[in-house]
Design a protein around this ligand. Structure first.
Ligand code: NAD
Ligand code: UDP
Length: 319
């Protein structure tokens, strides 16, 4: 039997974090979920509140945290463009000061620490698909930079803490992940298109819709994160985690229209500044090092996500 570990999940009341907390509890771990509820909600973890191995603490990771833990998953950071651009200075502080505080904690208690990094560190990539040794093409002064550069700096800090203090670090570069518990108003393409479709409103495709993304269902991603944490101490990453299935945004819109049976039609809107033109993870490393590859096809993941948002809307209508 696996020994029980005390695991800290920052951003644990968010979309990915809440699934990670559940999966860790299911494995018999003790989970300390820390969140300031900036983009996450108590509702995401309400089913866990009475669990005897679960604890929820309101805390902002830009301030130091003094707890005793074995593992730290650092997920705290707004992730959707409209959320992270709302208060960009705070986004950089969360990414950078949050990383420093979690690394400092890991150093003090000798914990393993995993960073939720992102495909955004590749910026608007000129290498396709993106491999981990690509340094990226990110703008440092644009509206996305608070997030991109904050996450890049966090990676720098992780590797410097490793070199300077011998910390046991793990860096996951997460590509677009979707599923139930995304915020209905976060403007991310999957949640936005589904909400628009369910309300029979226009589906807003930005630009010509030929830009691509690769969408990973949340269960697959969480499995990858836990596998990475469980690797030997010499495995640091960075490791791409994402689904290599690549789709244009227009194709995604058409898929959502077909699956929901909506009366909505596509409407084209201006492309946001610095919107990456293409994105697809090369997951050779994850496959080799973690024995991991996503199992859930876009069609199946979309059906589960649509069912979640349908239920959410029916509850809102009833109240
Ligand atoms: P999310 O917004 O649902 O979750 C982020 C959580 O962090 C929220 O619960 C939020 O309240 C919390 N948070 C934000 N600032 C905080 C602070 N200062 N102190 C404490 N908590 C704070 O987003 P998500 O999609 O679940 O993303 C989780 C992590 O994964 C983020 O770090 C994000 O950058 C990374 N990531 C996500 C994706 C994706 O497609 N979902 C892709 C790449 C990377
Ligand atoms: N997008 C879109 N319509 C929307 C929301 C997003 O066409 O209503 C596009 C956006 O311009 C980008 C892609 O969908 O090209 C993914 O956007 P998202 O905000 O989900 O994540 P990103 O990968 O850009 O961080």
């Amino acid at each position: 039997m696996e020994t029980q570990r005390r695991v800290l999940v920052t951003g644990g009341a968010g979309f990915i974090g809440s699934f990670l907390c559940e999966a860790l509890l299911a494995r018999g771990q003790e989970v300390l979920c820390v969140d300031n509820f900036y983009t996450g909600t108590r509702r995401n973890v309400e089913q866990l509140i009475d669990h005897k191995r679960f604890e929820l603490v309101r805390h902002d990771v830009t301030f130091p945290l003094y707890v005793e833990v074995d593992d730290i998953y650092n997920l705290a950071c707004p992730a959707s463009p409209i959320h992270y651009q709302r208060d960009p200075v705070q986004t950089t502080k969360t990414a950078v000061h949050g990383a420093i505080n979690m690394l400092g904690l890991a150093k003090r208690v000798k914990a393993r620490v995993l960073q939720a990094s992102t495909s955004e560190i590749y910026g608007d990539p000129q290498v396709h698909p993106q491999t981990e040794d690509y340094w990226g093409n990110a703008n440092m002064i644009g509206p996305r930079s608070c997030y991109d550069e904050g996450k890049r700096c966090a990676e720098t800090l992780f590797f410097d803490y490793r070199r300077q203090h011998g910390l046991r670090i793990k860096v996951a570069r997460i590509f677009n992940t979707y599923g139930p518990r995304m915020q209905p108003n976060d403007g991310r393409v999957v949640s936005h298109f589904i909400m628009q479709a369910l309300k029979n409103e226009p589906i807003t495709v930005f630009g010509d819709g030929n830009q691509t993304r690769s969408f990973c269902f949340v269960d697959d991603l969480v499995d990858g994160l836990m596998r990475l944490m469980d690797t030997k101490d010499d495995v640091t990453g960075p490791i791409n985690l994402g689904n290599p299935g690549e789709f244009t945004i227009r194709a995604l819109a058409e898929r959502v229209i077909a699956l929901t049976g909506t009366r909505s039609r596509i409407e084209y809107r201006p492309l946001p500044v610095d919107d990456p033109k293409q994105r697809q993870p090369d997951i050779t490393r994850a496959n080799k090092v973690l024995g991991w590859e996503p199992a859930i096809a876009l069609e199946d993941g979309l059906k589960l996500t649509i069912a979640y948002f349908e239920k959410l809307l029916s509850q809102t209508d009833a109240s």
